[in-house]
Design a protein around this ligand. Sequence first.
Ligand SMILES: Cc1ncc(COP(=O)(O)O)c(C=O)c1O
Length: 390
Amino acid sequence: MSASPPPETLLAAIREVVGNAPSIPLHEPLFAGQEWRYVKKCLDSGWVSSAGGFVTEFEQRLAAYTGAANVVATSSGTSALHLALVAVGVRPEDEVLLPALTFVATANAVKYCHAVPHFVDIEPATLGVDPAALADHLRRTAVRDTAAGCWRNRDTGRRLAALIVVHAFGHPARTNALAAVCQEYDLPLVEDAAEALGSWRGGRHAGTTGRVGVLSFNGNKIITTGGGGAVLTADAGLAARIRHLATTAKQPHPWEYHHDAIGYNYRMPNLNAALGCAQLQALPGLLAKKRHLAERYAARLAPLAGVTFVAAPQGTTSNYWLNTILLADPAQRSPLLTLAHEQGIGLRPAWTPLHQLPMYLTAPKANLSRTENLAARIVNLPSSPGLPAI
Ligand SMILES: Cc1ncc(COP(=O)(O)O)c(C=O)c1O
């Protein structure tokens, strides 16, 4: 293992890319287009909540951009994930497979369904679920319940109800290979593409290979609606069910309040969608800026011994939402993060792998050695579209 450069040297190299501003956050939004105009138009209309023209426009624009036949805008990526799981049939006491290297919301959404997360390992090339390791794990763990027409975890007896894959930091996971494994085990594939708007594998946008995909428009994402998310699906019936559940399961009627299920208040407000419409118009420009920043990081950091710049996986176009390096030696990460913090530079570690969080310590899991190894070496770099701020 060749040691990474000392923290001072590595930070100086990062500074060469991002500039010398006294504070450089990990990711901040850029509002340089029609944002003020659209938000004002929304305010002037009086339609600021979940009914209004901007929501429909935002959904239509997203559908056109991603190629998804149906889009439902939601109040957050987390609520979109929750609804996606409900809609594909995740029930209490089911198990849902997902990577341990993801934002906590992915597993929390499983718990909101009163189901159990079951963590699987990732691969270095995509930082997403490893199809071969998944197939291997299921070969040993899954058992067919012919009477019930499903697959179960042979250790816990619980039904295996879905696989969630995550396109970590915007890099597309190997969805085609993962979909093939899902088919073998009758698992609906749910794509957590919260970080991956503007990322493609082949000709397919992230989130459009699986039965259902999810986007986030949180303030730290490539485009933002303040808070918000969306569900993408080719299945019109599924989209209708999700839309219905997101709108408190209210039956359409000009004045009656009749609800036919316990739904949720998960629709995206019109005010947020107004911001989203302006941000979507800016997306091609934002993506170009982020690609340029990634190229600059790669050129400056990839040649350094003991540092690997995580490039877009082969066959993909990544939005480079968060630029990522891997340090050869995990012991060098903490001093680097400490120094960066002192200098006001927003370097971040990866999320704590979810199986190490107190509420998921006893969750079923595959061998997660690669997750643990990679998670300990990841450093995310400042990646705002406004960089470099020289
Ligand atoms: C991988 C992943 N999944 C889910 C979410 C949840 O999205 P939100 O914050 O919009 O609820 C996020 C981001 O915040 C995320 O990064």
